[in-house]
Each structure stands twice: as C-alpha cells, then as structure tokens.
Design a protein around this ligand. Sequence first.
Ligand SMILES: [Zn+2]
Length: 410
Amino acid sequence: MSRYGIENKLTEYMDCLSEIGADDKGGVTRLLYSDAWKAAQEKVKSIMCDIGMTSEYDAVGNLYGRVTGTENGNETIVVGSHIDTVKNGGKYDGQFGIVTGLVAIEYLYKTLGAPKKNLEVLSISEEEGSRFPCTFWGVKNVLGIAQPEIAKNLVDADGIRFEDAMLNSGFNFMPSNYEKRTDIKNYIEIHIEQGGVLERENKSIGVVTAIVGQRRFNVSVVGQANHAGTTPMGYRKDAVYVTSKMVSAIVDKAKSYGDPMVATIGKIEVSPNAVNVVPGKVNFTVDMRHTDLDTLEEFTEFAKKEMKKIADETDVELTVDMYMSEIPVPMDAGLVNMIIETCEQNNLEFKVMHSGAGHDAQLMAQHYPSAMFFVPSVNGISHNPLEFTETKDLVVGVEAVIDVLKRLAY
Ligand SMILES: [Zn+2]
C-alpha cells in the first residue's frame, strides 16, 4: 500500500463503520451492547479477518485482532480504542483509533510481512459510560480490575439491566480467575484531540505526555429562603450570593495557576429558583484537573478551605462531597521520545501536550508502557455530529502510528 492506499483503506473503514449506528441527526449512536454496537464489533471482526488477522472476543465483548510475530511470541504490541459512542456522537471519537490500528497493521503486514512481535488491534467494548452509569467497563475487564457487582446493579434509561443487556448481546462477565495479560509490552492509542489547541496552533499531531487527574465535587450551600422585598440586605442568608463568591475564588485561583490547571463549576441548581425569593439553597459541582497529583491535592485543599471560610463569614451551611478522584497518569517517557523522534524525522508539525480528557490509555498506562497521539479536531468539537478531522490529518496520524509500530514490532 502506498500513501494513497493508506488513505483509501482509512476512508473505506471509517465510512463503513460510521454507517453502523448512524442516526437521523447526522451523528452516530452505538451504546454498549445495543444492536448497533454489536454490528460494529462484528464489522471490525470481519475486517480483521480480511486483513488476515486472527480475531477473538473476550467474555465481555472486547475484540482482539492479531498478527502473530515470528520471533517474540510472548510479546505483543497493542493498538486500541473504544467502539462505543455517546448518544448522537461523532464519527471519530474512539472509532478512529481502532481504524488506525487496522490500517497500520494491514499496511505493515502487507509491505513488510509478519512482525517479530505480535501486533494486535483492540476494539474496546466501552469507554463513554453513555448507556450505564459506569465508565471504562471495557478496559477494566482487559486489565482484570472491573467489579462485576457494579454491573450487576446498574440499569439503563429504559430500565434494562446491565447484565441482561450483556447476556442478550452474547456476552457475560469475565471468569472470576481472569488475570491481566503479561504478554502486552506496549499500548498505543490515537484519538481526536476533542479540543482546539492543535488546530489553533496549526499542528498535525499531538504527542501526549500525560492524562490529567480529575476530581469532582458536589457542593451544597444552605442559607435561608425569604421574601425578596421585605428582607433587608443585612438580614439575608442568600445562597446564590455566597455561591458566587465561592465560584469566583475557585476560578480566579485556577487562572492564577495557569495551564494545565482547569477548574469548572458547570452545574448550578438554585432553590427555590424564583424571581422574588431570596435563594435559600444552591447545589453546584466543581470539576478540577491537572497533570500533577501534588498540585491537584494543593488546589483541592485551597478550594475546601476557601469555601469553608466564605461559608463561615456569611453564616450558611456548607457540605462538600468529593465523588470522583482519578490520579494523573504519565505516558511512558521512552515511547514519548520515540514519537517525538518519529515526528521530527518526518518533518511533522507536532505539539507535546497533555490530555485534559480521560481515555482508555489512562488505565492501560498504569499497567503497560503506553503512548497516546492526538490528531486535530476541527473547531475543537466532539461528542457531537459536527465532530470532524480533515482526512489529511487522519492520514498523518496513521503514518505516525505505522512508524512507531515498525520500530516496536519489526
Ligand atoms: Zn473517546
């Protein structure tokens, strides 16, 4: 396959997968264990077969396609991403990473023959958490760290039980004695950026050094609801006013830290939410992310202390509940350097950057030396039918992955 062949295959695979789960709003909806999800995995399986790979599902529906190595049978290089989408999502999130694995390994296999190490494409069953309220089901099963009890108790929006959906789709829980694989030497993932940095800076590749850690909080401020006309300002316990001080303090502090710190108060519920009532209660969320654990810890302490101080000064009740805490995960330094070298040798415009979003690689990287690439997202749009990446940028991404796989497996 020439460069032209790569582009052709890429377009062919992307187009046929994009049709599976295509919805009437121009997007793609492939929720875990739905018919469209199963059809997409089956399509990937048939492509694997056409390429000459052996293919196999695990118990929960992760799909592996393999070209066996000639020399190091116990060493496998895996390229993967997730096949599921959000509701009415785009055509690139997840899918592009799987297609890249297929095209890259096909190209290498057909031009160079069998690799020394095994090469595998991994089409991960679930990452988005868009059907059942749990994320990373697929990769957690790859790693043997999924908790079956979680899936036993979950239902989707239609009341269908997780376990029933899974059984219906032809899959089941992993065997209880399943252990994570020891033959995986490296995990490589390529994904759309889902942000606008590469496009703004005119770069065609992002070399990811780390995936941010995240913390999320539910915060509740309870003051006192009262008449908006007859309650003098001095007698009020206005929960919105207090919340606004907390929001300002947190956001201002995040700005003062600079990149990569981000803090977001994205959801605010006011009660009673009426024009002529002093607001008595506000529930809001805080989402904070950084690539360094100590910094994240320090920022958490600041936010908690500051909210407590403001609550004390204004005489309102405050509860702060951290309901999510994910550690930052660095990518493998050796692989990062290898990718940078590849980009330099091929005269690619690249940017060394962190990922502000979560990806399967953040779990894989905690068990296997891993690397991640980004390609630009036009206007930074994702989780939306308007999600788009220029084909020329997709091709650059595939070529970079080919180069890295060649170094690792041949
Ligand atoms: Zn994704």
